[in-house]
Design a protein around this ligand. Structure first.
Ligand SMILES: [Zn+2]
Length: 155
């Protein structure tokens, strides 16, 4: 066999091999790319940055839509209206933590995190979380503050 023939034979052989064992090739690819990532973290960072620069608008838009859809889904699950007055304009509905803990949780979970938690645990609706309109949410906050102050003053 000439070198040329050997190469051709090898190429054929590898093509068949990949067809026969697609998993092995993938596994090797995974190992290779994980090694590559470890060896060249700066290149990976740079290519991510480059990708973000190129597709910034698309990425931001997609994130926005994902956030919007998640919020819409959760608000729907929660009944689409303020539990006190029935106000139902999506734009001014807010999630209220029934038993305090709101600010504590917000430090642990992002806004998105809270939505995801409710989506994945619908039994918490009406127990830990309820829907309030912006007015009633604000009023509840104010009343809590007044209550805390009165406790501090020993009233
Ligand atoms: Zn209300």
């Amino acid at each position: 066999m000439t070198v040329e023939e050997k190469r051709k034979y090898y190429r054929e052989y590898m093509r068949e091999y990949r067809k026969k064992y697609p998993e092995r090739g993938k596994e090797r690819g995974r190992i290779y790319s994980s090694k590559y990532r470890k060896k060249h973290p700066e290149k990976i960072k740079e290519s991510r940055r480059e990708n973000y620069r190129k597709n910034k608008d698309k990425i931001l838009d997609k994130n926005r839509r994902t956030r919007h859809n998640l919020r819409k889904q959760v608000i729907e699950m929660m009944g689409n209206e303020c539990v006190i007055c029935g106000f139902d304009d999506f734009r001014a509905l807010q999630i209220d933590h029934i038993n305090e803990g709101g600010s504590r949780e917000r430090k642990k979970l992002t806004q998105q995190g809270i939505y995801r938690k409710i989506r994945d645990s619908p039994h918490l609706i009406g127990v830990e979380y309820q829907l309030l309109c912006a007015n009633h949410n604000q009023i509840k906050k104010q009343e809590k503050r007044e209550y805390r102050l009165s406790v501090l003053r020993n009233e």
